[in-house]
Structures are given as structure tokens and as C-alpha cells.
Design a protein around this ligand. Structure first.
Ligand code: FES
Length: 157
């Protein structure tokens, strides 16, 4: 409840600042994304009401640009490379395994907020394909059967 009020105040201020400017919807969404790391649904609803823009139009914008995220960032960001080398060396299998284990889709965060799954382009170490990163750590020549161990090391205390 308190969070909702805070967000609404923040959105009101943003709308006030941008309402007469061109491209205001994008600018407001950008500021929200920068600040929170995603655009919460409540913000989309608030922006819709305050700017009198249909919610569907706001989601059109949010889903068109990769930059915008619709769910809160996870504590650990998993980035699986789907560049050509990694793709050919089995990256799709790694992604499938991660999805099965964590029960999330690309771009989503686990319910406990611990992991977020992202699919990215070449990470610049194709010789190690298939490659994934968790936060800043690079894992090379990853096999499907390694995934569980790798993920487990991020849930231990
Ligand atoms: S294609 Fe995956 S690191 Fe280059």
C-alpha cells in the first residue's frame, strides 16, 4: 500500500514535468525504468490514467523496446549467449534446462527474486562456446548437466 502511494507520487511528479513535452510517454517510462530497473504494472496503470493514454498503448511501447523490463530485476542475472558459435554448440539446450529448473521464461525473474534469465548476443569469448554469465562471472563450455551445480552455488549462503 505504502509502495503504491510512493510510486503514484513519483509518477505524478514525472507526468507534471513531462506532460507538455513531445515524446513524454517514452521519457516518463525511461525515468521509471532507470530508477527501478523495470516498469512496475502499477506505474503503467498510473501513467495511463494520468496521461489519459490507453494501457494497451503503454504496453505496446514497453514491449517494443528491449530496454524496458516488465518484471523486477533478479538478485543474480543469468545471461546465456545465443550468438552463432554458442547457438551451434548447444546454447538452446542450456536455456531449456535453466527454464525447467527455475520455472521462468526469458526476461523473467524467479518468484523468490534470486535469478533473472536473459538471452544475449555474443559475449566475446566464442572459443569457450557455449557461454553463459551469472552476474560478472563467465562460464565456458557449459554442458546441460552442469547447470544445476552452477545455479546451486548461487543459492547457498
Ligand atoms: S557467440 Fe557466444 S560468446 Fe560469441
Amino acid at each position: 500500500m505504502e509502495r503504491h502511494t510512493l510510486l503514484t507520487d513519483e509518477v505524478k511528479q514525472l507526468v507534471e514535468r513531462w506532460k507538455d513535452k513531445e515524446g513524454n510517454l517514452i521519457m516518463i517510462l525511461h525515468e521509471i525504468q532507470n530508477h527501478h530497473g523495470y516498469v512496475p504494472r502499477q506505474v503503467a496503470l498510473d501513467v495511463s490514467a494520468l496521461l489519459d493514454i490507453p494501457l494497451a498503448r503503454i504496453y505496446e511501447v514497453l514491449t517494443f523496446y528491449n530496454y524496458f523490463k516488465l518484471s523486477a530485476p533478479g538478485k543474480h542475472r543469468i545471461s546465456v549467449c545465443m550468438g552463432t558459435a554458442c547457438y551451434l554448440k548447444g546454447a538452446p539446450e542450456l536455456i531449456k534446462e535453466i527454464k525447467n529448473i527455475l520455472h521462468i521464461e526469458e526476461g523473467q525473474t524467479t518468484k523468490d527474486g534470486n535469478f533473472q534469465l536473459n538471452v544475449v548476443r555474443c559475449l566475446g569469448c566464442c572459443g569457450l562456446a557455449p557461454v553463459m554469465m551469472i552476474d560478472d562471472k563467465v562460464y565456458g563450455k557449459v554442458r546441460k548437466q552442469d547447470i544445476m551445480d552452477i545455479l546451486s552455488s548461487y543459492v547457498k549462503e
